[in-house]
Design a protein around this ligand. Structure first.
Ligand code: WQD
Length: 334
């Protein structure tokens, strides 16, 4: 299939392109390069031997999108592009709503004009807010998001449902990611946050390489086994494979479906620290500090719908995730 990938040089998109190329798909990648480097395209070629087609274009740029897609047959779009820094979204809500929601609407209009009515959307478990129950199934009610970034994911899901209701010929898969971490085993591609990492694992790897003095653990007074936050960490390669499987649902003309992509296991912050230390033989100094506003105690998936309908399950362990995260960081100290 000819697959349009938005946000192509990003963390999850680049790993997904590797898996799609391994499965014989042809990639047309687009990215505005505001948060990532075009060098990722060369790194993908280094891994797979095939350089994806790439166009530097913003999803908000209608004319740019039309030009990039002119004369091309797009069988499906996998839509990753978007601003995703939770903290930044609180201070820049208008930019987040404009870029993420406005950009998606522009993308959907262009896809419709070029005759592509198949889309896989990169959503997030954050749409559940403080979940009504755990483990979380897809029919768990969506909740109150704690930041504009989360609201953009939730609102885009609504736009997709309304689009399908008006035009059932669309085939739409919404993938709700839990906590993606890790990197390709080669250490050639991985997560490269700008500035101070918001997320746990990139912060840990920066402590491990000496870029940060210590990890600040946001609270140990949650109602969890050791008091620290519990999350469903999923290896980014497992997540990428979930997208390859989701294409089958598109081909089977699924209509519109939501899938949780998680392992079904919850691990605490201290679990991650201790696993990272034992797998990599590196001490991670940390200090318990106050809770981070907006954080929830516990969030992990019931992945049985994805297992059943997509024939997909996560196979990497937390040990694999810690090993691969460090392997990437240690090979990319710049
Ligand atoms: C995980 C745990 C923190 C950093 C976010 C987004 C979500 C998704 C994944 C995109 C929590 C603790 C963290 C640190 C810490 N992103 N922590 N010290 O908040 O579950 O989810 O990333 O879709 O939308 O909300 O992930 O990695 O930030 O935090 O103690 O320096 O680690 O309190 O318990 P989170 P996270």
């Amino acid at each position: 299939m000819n697959i349009l990938i938005t946000g192509a040089t990003g963390y999850i998109a680049s790993h997904t392109i590797v898996e799609l190329q391994k499965n014989g798909h042809h990639i047309i990648g687009i990215d505005n390069l505001s948060n990532s480097s075009i060098d990722v395209i060369n790194k993908i070629e280094q891994i797979t031997g095939t350089k994806p087609d790439f166009y530097q274009v913003d999803i908000c740029d209608y004319d740019g999108l039309k030009l990039a897609l002119a004369g091309k047959k797009i069988d499906c779009c996998i839509h990753f592009a978007g601003l995703k820094a939770v903290g930044e979204s609180v201070s820049k809500p208008l930019e987040y709503y404009d870029n993420n929601i406005g950009g998606t609407i522009t993308l959907l209009k262009v896809l419709r004009e070029v005759g592509c009515l198949n889309i896989i959307f990169s959503s997030s478990a954050t749409v559940y807010g403080s979940p009504a129950f755990v483990p979380i199934t897809e029919d768990c009610p969506k909740g109150i998001c704690t930041n504009p970034y989360g609201w953009t994911k939730s609102m885009i899901e609504q736009i997709l449902f309304d689009t399908h209701k008006a035009s059932p010929e669309w085939n739409i898969v919404i993938l709700r990611y839990f906590n993606p971490i890790g990197a390709h085993e080669s250490g050639i591609i991985g997560e490269r946050p700008n500035g101070i990492p918001n997320n746990l694992m990139p912060y840990i790897t920066q402590v491990a390489c000496g870029k940060r003095e210590k990890l600040f653990v946001y609270g140990n007074d949650y109602d969890t086994p050791d008091g620290t936050g519990v999350r469903d960490y999923i290896h980014v390669v497992d997540l990428a494979c979930g997208h390859v499987k989701a294409l089958k649902a598109i081909c089977d003309k699924c209509g519109i479906e939501v899938f949780n992509l998680g392992t079904g296991h919850g691990y605490s912050v201290l679990d991650v620290i201790h696993t990272f230390e034992s797998v990599n033989g590196i001490k991670i100094p940390y200090e318990i500090v106050a809770r981070r506003p907006g954080d929830i105690a516990s969030c992990y998936a019931d992945p049985s719908k994805s297992q059943k309908m997509l024939d997909w399950r996560a196979t990497h362990t937390l040990q694999d995730m810690c090993r691969d995260s460090w392997n990437y960081q240690s090979k990319n100290l710049d």
